[in-house]
Ligand binder design. Sequence first.
Ligand code: MEV
Length: 422
Amino acid sequence: MVKSSEVSGFYKKPVEERLKFIQEFACLTDEEVATLRNTGGLPMGTAEKMIENVVGGLTLPMGIGVNFRINGKDVLVPMVIEEPSVVAAASNAAKMARARGGFSADFSGPVMIAQIQLVDVPDPFKASEIILSRKKDILELAAKQDPVLLQAGGGPRDMEVRLLDTKMGPMVITHLLVDTRDAMGANAVNTMAEAVAPLIEQMTGGRVYLRILSNLAVHRLARAKAIFERDVIGGEAVVDGILNASAFAEADPFRAATHNKGVMNGISSVVLATGNDTRAIEAGAHSYAARNGRYTSLTTYEKDADGNLVGSIEVPMAVGIVGGATKTHPVARIALKIMDIKSASELAQIIACVGLAQNFAALRALATEGIQRGHMGLHARNVAISAGASGELVEKIAERMVKEGKVRADRAKELLAEYAHK
Ligand code: MEV
């Protein structure tokens, strides 16, 4: 029988029925279904309200980035990630930064952009002038959409109008700049964009299509900086190695992609731990890295007069602490509590510091012994577990494989068999 994935009203079925359906469809064992059903720190009832068609949860490890000192305050940073070495590397970098007081960070403020796309205007210049001349009316109408945000001290702050030449003809793009305070603000700014669109159509005679936020959040920048003392990080050769690695990333998009991936190892793991939208942050970071027309590094490094390494980062950081999963996911709430976060601005600054720490750690490893030595120990444990090892055999087999320089599934299986016969 050919199986069909077409199900009507799947979203209406109770979780147990959905599980039954996929169990039959995919021939899952009862044990596999039980594993799916176990949603860990997120109750099934909450999971079901977060997205559609829920059948379970996937728990990733949360590790704590230690040693972080940010703007004079010590912080423990929850990081959720599947990749070994990331938490250890960030913690190690944060420890080295402490010699010079840790990280300093700031935030430009939580101003989000909403775009309104206007087409079919006979005179785009005239249309943009009209829109600008009615800025007060447009911002007032936008403000009316969110009294709660206004009460919290946020709301529309300004407006920009841009002319675009596209293959579909000229377009007039209005940006609403909205202070979203402690919210990520997607809902708030999208609602505002939708609300002012008819007014823009009416005043220009054009037609609005898209009304949606931009993830290139250039008015919502987090910045962090740290001085890594030359002798703490391994001497002049390490400083020069990192400067060369950084120059490579600045000059080459192929390298910059990997360099920034390392930055995002740190950033996305904290974004995820706090229930924020990793895709939004990633889209913002990578588009910001390409804002001058060529994709480049998100971090910069310099040598100071004493030969120390000064690292810095600037990255859009549209994170919130009040809405969505940050509020509903119990583990995300605990993550915020661990960091003692009182505002989205504080969270954005911590995340930027972790991104910088992660990048520094990666460059330091790459410019010296290479990344593999550190990675291999942890990787070897995963290989041993995948081969079927458990208990103390995991460590024994991993150690043997690393020593032999053969961290491979086939070798793990051989060693497992060897130990089984002992
Ligand atoms: C691996 O997840 C991240 C690195 O590749 C980053 C880098 O190359 O800078 C190590």
